[in-house]
Each structure stands twice: as C-alpha cells, then as structure tokens.
Design a protein around this ligand. Sequence first.
Ligand code: AGP
Length: 614
Amino acid sequence: MCGIVGYIGKRKAYPILIKGLHRLEYRGYDSAGVALINEAGQLNVYKAKGKVAELEAFCAEKDTEGSIGIAHTRWATHGEPNTVNAHPHYSESERLAIIHNGIIENYAVLKAGLMEQGYTFKSDTDTEVLVQLVEYTQVNQHVDLKTAVQLALQQVIGAYAIAILDKTHPDTLIAARKGSPLVVGIGENEYFLASDATPIVEYTDKVIYIDDEEVVSLRIGEEVDITTINNVTKTPEIKRLELSLSQLEKGGYPHFMLKEIFEQPRTLTDSMRGRVNVRQDNIALSGFIDNKDRFLNAKRIIITACGTSWHAGLIAMYAIEEFAQIPVEVEYSSEFRYRKPVINKDDVVIAISQSGETADTLAAIQLAKSKGAFIFSICNVVGASIPRVSDSGCYTHVGPEIGVASTKAFTAQVVALTMLALCIGKAKGTMTEEQYLRIVRELGQIPDKIERVLGQNKRISDFAKTFTYAQNFIYLGRGYNFPVAMEGALKLKEISYIHAEGYPAAEMKHGPIALISQEMPVVVVAPHCGTYEKVVSNIQEIKARKGRVIAVVTEGDELVSKIADYIIEVPQTEECLTPLLTVIPLQLLAYHIAVVKGCDVDQPRNLAKSVTVE
Ligand code: AGP
C-alpha cells in the first residue's frame, strides 16, 4: 500500500528519495510524487500517475535540488489514481506539503469546517484535508509546526503515517503515525524516514520504529525528538536492523516471485533453525514455552488472518485439532472484527500476518485483547505493528518478501504453525511420542524434498503455456490440501488475472461440477494420504465430463497418472506436511502462466503487499 520516504541531511535528497520509492514499489501503488525544499527556500512538489519511472521522467528537467524532502507512492483510496490526487499535497498557502499512508475517516466533517473558513481543495483526497487542517491550526493558534500537527491529529479519526515539510523551516522534518507503519533511520548527521526499512538499509542499520500516536521531529544536529500527539515526551528506542541489501535484489532471477519460490528450501531451514534441535527430536518455541499454561488451558483457539495467511491458518486448524485436540476456529480478520464475536479470557487468539501491518488483522487482535484473550502472532517482518501489540509470538524469519504474491512467507507460516501444534500436542499428551518424533524428523527433511519439487520447474513452465487460453480454473483438494487448493487458486488470480476458485474436492458435486467441460482446467491436489481414493473418484468424474486435469500426486503414483492430463510429483511425506510440498507446483504454475501472459508478476494490478487500510 502507500509508501513513504523522507530525508534530511547534507546530501542531495532527490536521488535518495527516488531510490527509496523504487524499494517500496513492491507494496503496490498507482501514482508517485516528491516534495523538496531547495536552497532558495522554495517548496517544489512533483507528481505523476503510474510508475516511479514516470515521476523520474517528469522530474528530469525540473529543479530537484535540496537536502530535505519527502516522497510517496500512492495506492488510491479516496479519489481516482491521477496526478491531482497523487501525494504530496500542498496546504492552502503552499507553505506546507504532506504525504500520507492510511485513511482519515472523518475527513468529510473536517473538510466542511475548513471550507467554511474559506479553504479550497484541489484533490478528492482525505490527505489534503489533513494538511489544510495543520496549516489552519498553525495560523489560527499561532503555534509551531510540531504543535499544529499534534493538535490536528487530536481531531483525526482513522489511520495515518504522515510526513510534512514546512518551507519556512527547511531544517525540520515532522512525521507521525497511527495504525500505519513508520521507521526512522539514523545516519551520520542525517535522518531517513520510511514505511519500512527497505529504503533505509543501504545507509544505516540504526532505526527507531515510531509507535501509534507519536510525532517525531527530525532536525540536523539534534537528537530525534518524539512526543505523543498529547505532547508527552517519549524516549526513542534505537534498534539494529537485521536486513541486508542483497535480500532486496533479484539475485539473477527474472522476478522476485521466482526467486522467493526457489528460496523456500533455505527459508524453511531458517524458520526451523534454533527451534528444531540438531538431533531432530524436539521443538522449542520460546513463545510457547513462556506461555505454556495459556495454551494448555485454552478451551478454544481462534485464528485470525487475511488472504494467504488465512489459508495457512486453515492448515493449522487441521494440525492443532489433530495433535492438540483443542477446538479451532479460523476467521477472516475483516469479518471477525465487526461481527461481535464471543471472546473469552481463556481463548488463545493466533494472528497470522506476513507484513505484520494488515489493518484488519491488527484491529481483530486489538478487539480480542480488549476482551482478555491471549494473543500469539506469527509474523515475518520484525518489529511490525502486529507482533508489537501481541502478548507473544513467533517470527518466521524468511527475509523480506518482495513479490506481492506471497510464497515463501506462506510455507514458513505453515511450518511455524505446525511446530506450535506439535508443541501443544506434546505438552498436553494428546499425541504419542512416536507420532511426535516421526513428524519432527520429517520436518527436517522438508527443505530437501522441496528442492526435488523445484527440479520440475522446467516441465511446469512448458505445460503452463498450454493453459494461457483459460478464462477460469478450478482447484480441488481435501483435508490438509483443501487450503492448498484455495491458495493455488489465489496465486493464479492475483498474478495472471485468470478467474480461479479453490474447493474441497467433495464439494464439486454440489455445484462446481456444472462448470466442467473441455475448456475447464482443473488442478487437483491428490497426494497419497487419507482421502486419496475419494479424490481419485473426483478426478474420474472430471474426466468423464472432458475436463482437463493437472494433478499433484505423490512420487510413484500409478492410478492418477493414468487418467490425468498432466502430473506433477511430490515426494512422500507425513500428511500434515504435504501442503509444504504440494503448494510449490501451484506457485510455479501460477508464475509461469502469468509470465507467458505478459503480466507484471511482482506488482500485479490493484494489489498491495501490505494492506494498511481496511
Ligand atoms: C497473498 O499472495 C496476498 N498478496 C494477500 O492475500 C496477503 O496474504 C494478505 O493481504 C495478508 O497479508 P499479511 O500476511 O501481510 O497480513
């Protein structure tokens, strides 16, 4: 979603800001802009619809001087994605310029009040209202910029990360956040500001994560000044970044998505490191050990997440109920937060989020927390909002996921949740020692087995070409592989724009079978486990109606290979771990279909990596 970059120091700000915007492109956006104060004290704002490259082209002949500036990639919420609505926005007198990530929910009321005072508006955005409100406060209450920002934000309902320049104070950059992320990077006599650490990492590894309702003032030669919007002084906590520049490069792959698919053997090893012991006979998750009683006494576990993370949650439901025998409910965060759910003090709520910033998931856990539930989060981005408001949790440690379509984060979430299910099951005594050991040992084999699946990339790429004609796809799976079917369908939708739906295989007869014809490709996830024979019957039903079947099967399968049109084999593994293998070909299939169709795989249209508005 929207990306924020800011710089104040001795260097030329423009190249740093533009590079920063490129680093944030993965978040998803539809326009971009930059504001700079030059030596003469002029505040220049430049904006363009489309990609950052179009902003650069627009700025080529412009004055881009100045060592203080802010820049933005906008993902449209209020007002269509055009140049006028792009950020930065000037205030009425053009003394201030603002960039904003989030939504000001009461913008209409605020705007009406300002219009009564004679303020005029050029854009349809909520953001322009905020900068006008700050200027109005500055002028009418005779206060400095920081105080005006504090007072304005006290009137705001909604979410924001903002950065503001004032051309009458070219030595100060003011920023604030509530609900949307913001990080300050501390260099030598210079400060950086960004929505996440990716634009900052090549300049410094010292960062401060700004908290909700905090206002930060950055001035050269002065310490970082942080207060709340109610002017309570806060002590900045400087953290060290664990991120390297190479993690943000494609490393020879044509797309980040393909790189991230291929990284999975390593990322899963990283996720298990220090948790699965070297003898591969025990799992130690500190977030579980420190809160064992909460899990053991839980009458119910509620899992809340969105999109791909929700699919990981569904897989966890199968594992937790099987191993720990605790009832599990899996909720879309967006529904959970508004449907007045019954939440008890002895409930454990597990929030799953790659980014750790998803607005609905954040709100869902805040609701659950207010009712006394214990919050455990599974997150990839260290220091993000969701882990910070959780009682405990487990980082997945897969490094930055840049491709908008989640791949390596998904498999790591499944691994983390499986480890948690095994920890609870063992501690509760609801699984046998033999079963526990078998699965823990097999977990250690998964990275090598994924490597074998990746070996089929070329073949998948070859037959993917056959399916670029398709307008629709159906994905089927059962048990642990029903969520995999949904995840495969989501991947295809997101990056190839082909309509695809995932169903539990047995549901096909209750409706989707009407769609089957020779035009309809059906991907069936059919590894050799539990309901295998029943899934084989489903494949026969599809073939009887001339559907084209791509089947994901266990190595050596003889039955399905005779009837399916295309076969992708995965190694044998424990049933609960099959999703870690069966999802890989589905990621590759979606990727190759999208590439052949000429789609923008890493930045699909309309999508955002980090959905910071509801
Ligand atoms: C995954 O491919 C999607 N881009 C999307 O569904 C994503 O999983 C969802 O928005 C949740 O994001 P989160 O894990 O960062 O909370």
